[in-house]
Design a protein around this ligand. Sequence first.
Ligand SMILES: *Cc1c(COP(=O)(O)O)cnc(C)c1O
Ligand SMILES: [Zn+2]
Length: 453
Amino acid sequence: MENSGHLLRCTGCARVIEQRELKENFRCPECGDLYEVVYPSWSAGMAEIRKPNASAMRWLWKERCCSNTEADQSGVWRFREMLHILDDEANIVSLREGNTPLYELRRVAESTGIEHVFAKHQGMNPTGSFKDAGMTTALSVAHELGFDWVACASTGNTSAAMSAYAARAGMRSLVLIPQGKIAWGKLSQAMDYGALTLQLRTDFDGCVRVLNEVVKRAPVYLLNSVNPYRLEGQKTPALEIAETFDWEVPDHLIVPGGNLANSSALGKAFLEMKHLGLVTKLPKISVIQAEGANPLYRSLLSNSGETLEPVEAHTRASAIRIGNPASWKKAVRVIQQTGGYCEQVSEAEIALAKAEIGAEGIGCEPASAVTLAGLKKLIQQGKVQSNEKVVLLLTGHTLKDSDYTIAYHRGDLLKEGEIKDLRPEIELTRRNAVELEASADEVLRELERVAVR
Ligand SMILES: *Cc1c(COP(=O)(O)O)cnc(C)c1O
Ligand SMILES: [Zn+2]
């Protein structure tokens, strides 16, 4: 494969640079903003023959599904014409990520009155979250650049994904976490995959600060979502969705918002697909935040996304507990360019929505459930019509946070003041374990009791 030929454009000052000019912290030295990957050969003016051909690509991507090679079997790399970031495909590090299921949510459709609601389940990735799609690309770049060490500041799905891919490549991984409020559940994966985990006496922002200095002083490659190559991989669920619908895009795609890299990547994908003639219209992309971690929601409400005021983040949905999102400017553009919305949802709304997704036999992590909670809000506000085709992006697997699920069903997740008028619906979805004497009579009586409910 020839030189990748991609460039990087600053999303703040629009300066375009080459890969070797990238700073270790992936920020623009001029304006401090983040970069995005651009492909000059796709733009007008270049010889038309170099612009990828839409129908040829569609055919090729389908063909690759039956191939035996690692890159073709990956739901990320089979779309590699859209993420031409490596000089040599031999550097691909893959765990056969992507190719995730798209489920129709029939009960949700019935209860919301929307004809077609689907869940694109990114939790069905090798380490259980959508982070794998971006990690395979960014880590492959690190591998190609010859790094032995990769690092991130994360207590959650990013560290799980990073350490798995690093282990596959025979590389070492460093995870920096703040001391104190750690959800050890997810960190267990990083340990399992052999990461070096360091607990620093600071908060999350403090870890990011330290890591930025470490990557400057040692040959360690930064894999937080400021890394633009992660977003290239995270574009691929959008390609899969479009492919599943025969390149007729759904009307609306609803995504949880934390650091806002995922919503940015999906938006980039649809814009690029439209540019290349793969699709003819864009879905509205809406971003949903938890009420206690809603800096983007506030920003759009108070100043149309001109500036963003960081907040101190509180929510049980740990994957979106982010008060100062790195990719907020990119996300604002995606919402504006696609005509989507930003909404916030309460802790009780998230918990109920998670139980409803679980009751469809699918399940997801709490952060993913904001999508359904947000859909209900958008319907109430008249922003989604019954004949629209809606896709919810489920970002993480239900097993990521079983403590949350158990607490919900036992009835000790939410505080009295949080439940408000959702009590009847919450009671109906709760499935706590029932203790009984060891007798068939008792079991049969319980079955009868439940059947009449
Ligand atoms: C990382 C993550 C999010 C948030 O994605 P951003 O790109 O940070 O907005 C949501 N849900 C899950 C499960 C995640 O792991
Ligand atoms: Zn800049």
